[in-house]
Design a protein around this ligand. Structure first.
Ligand code: MCF
Ligand code: FE
Length: 416
């Protein structure tokens, strides 16, 4: 297995301070060493060097929540008024049907957009029986494949078997409190306990979801349920979506990735701090669906906070740089200061934490897997994190997953 020494003007390990004139050694898909370039050149004399030059080498981005398979639905969305009206459009579109080919093309286009915007890991929500799986496996992207559970598909769900390989892992994803009865949530929870695999769920996204768990008259039951011939189901009354799941013991074992978390109170965030919960922010999706802005000031205290583009069902595109720019503006406004570190943290180590992968990816550290990107953006800003936030896909020169190059503007050879 060939070792490779990679040097760059600036390295952002994320878990530690930036390194000027840095280098790292990749061996067997992992990071074997990191430090000053001339020191490492002396230590690894026989190892081939790849010099990236002027720019920034950092951990690959983690798009912790997306629906690549829903790219085709973009054509069917528009002129909606709020969350429920959007959900009606999505449900109608899914009911009208789509060909397998359209889904597969959506996944392939989505993967291309990921790699071209520096994403090395995706948290993909899969609701079409795994049509996305072979395409993702073939792509070389690291994938957490969340199998979406909703009441209407309960009979078809497999709660017991989960495929995994070095770059691929399956988990369960009960869609949301309003689309999964307590019985289905219980089943996913039992599977989570038995298998020890993290779970994911869309949670605390809209005001309508709060009304749903309050058991007040609500638009979800009044306008969405009839569309899918769904009867109201018995459930406990709760003040908030987070409280609703908590009362079921959903967070007792840790390992739950919650997506959106817009409608969350300060008291709940204090509780979350002591529980092993991941949070994935989808800032553009939240604005697109008019559900509000998550409490970013409070979230900046937490470790397991990542970011996702969500799907083309609720976004203009899947460009991760564009997502980061919006997150940066919102974070800076919420914190009352420039927040590029928090933004890049969410895009890398925070995303790894949100998906419970921080032991393997998310930062450049010895022993972690070599998921790396290089941006040729000059240090226009004196803050290297801000230079990354201000980059676009035009600046991307290298995308590496576990030591394998998925994208390179120059010709580099490295295979492990
Ligand atoms: O994350 C967003 C907004 N919240 C909920 N659902 C979805 C989102 N993007 C796509 N969806 C899908 C979901 O996966 O919409 C469908 C599901 O297949 C709604 S039907 C329960
Ligand atoms: Fe989503």
């Amino acid at each position: 297995m060939e070792k490779l020494l990679i040097s760059a003007d600036t390295i952002l390990p994320v878990s530690s301070d930036p390194i000027k004139d840095g280098a790292l050694v990749v061996s067997g898909g992992k990071i074997e060493d990191i430090g000053n370039a001339s020191v490492l050149r002396g230590k690894y004399r026989r190892v081939k060097e790849h010099s990236l030059g002027s720019g920034t080498l950092l951990p690959g981005f983690i798009n912790a929540h997306t629906h690549l398979e829903l790219g085709w639905i973009k054509k069917k969305v528009g002129n909606f008024k709020g969350f429920t009206s959007w959900l009606q459009q999505i449900i109608k579109a899914k009911k009208e049907g789509v060909t397998n080919q359209e889904i597969q093309e959506s996944v392939a286009d989505g993967i291309k957009a990921q790699i071209e915007s520096g994403v090395t890991t995706v948290g993909e929500i899969s609701s079409y029986g795994g049509l996305d799986i072979p395409i993702l496996k073939h792509s070389g992207l690291r994938t957490i494949l969340f199998r979406e559970a909703v009441d209407s598909k309960e009979g078809m769900m497999d709660f017991d078997t989960f495929k995994t390989s070095s770059l691929y892992e399956e988990r369960l994803f009960p869609h949301a409190p309003y689309s999964c009865s307590p019985g289905l949530l219980e089943k996913t929870l039992n599977s989570h306990r038995k298998s020890n695999r993290p779970l994911g769920i869309h949670l605390a996204e809209s005001k309508e979801e709060i009304e749903f768990v309050n058991r007040k008259a609500n638009a979800i039951e009044n306008e969405i349920f009839p569309l899918i011939d769904k009867k109201s189901f018995k459930r406990k009354k709760a003040d908030t979506p987070f409280g609703y799941l908590k009362s079921m013991g959903f967070f007792d074992h840790g390992g739950v990735t919650t997506v959106h978390m817009v409608q969350v109170s300060s008291e709940e965030i204090k509780e979350i701090e002591n529980l092993d919960i991941g949070i994935v922010l989808c800032p553009r999706s939240n604005l697109f669906l008019q559900v509000g802005i998550p409490p970013l000031r409070e979230y900046s205290r937490l470790k397991r906070v990542g970011v996702g583009t969500d799907g083309l069902s609720s976004n203009y595109n899947l460009d991760f740089f564009e997502e980061l720019r919006v997150l940066h503006l919102l974070y800076s406004e919420a914190l009352g200061r420039e927040a590029s570190y928090e933004t890049i943290y969410s895009a890398t180590l925070g995303g790894a934490g949100a998906l419970f992968l921080e032991d393997r990816i998310g930062s450049i550290e010895i022993g972690k897997e070599a998921d790396l990107i290089f941006l040729n953006s000059k240090d226009d800003f004196n803050n290297p994190y801000l230079s990354v936030v201000s980059s676009t896909n035009e600046n991307l020169e290298l995308v590496m997953v576990r030591g394998n190059i998925l994208y390179s503007k120059k010709t580099i050879s490295s295979k492990n």
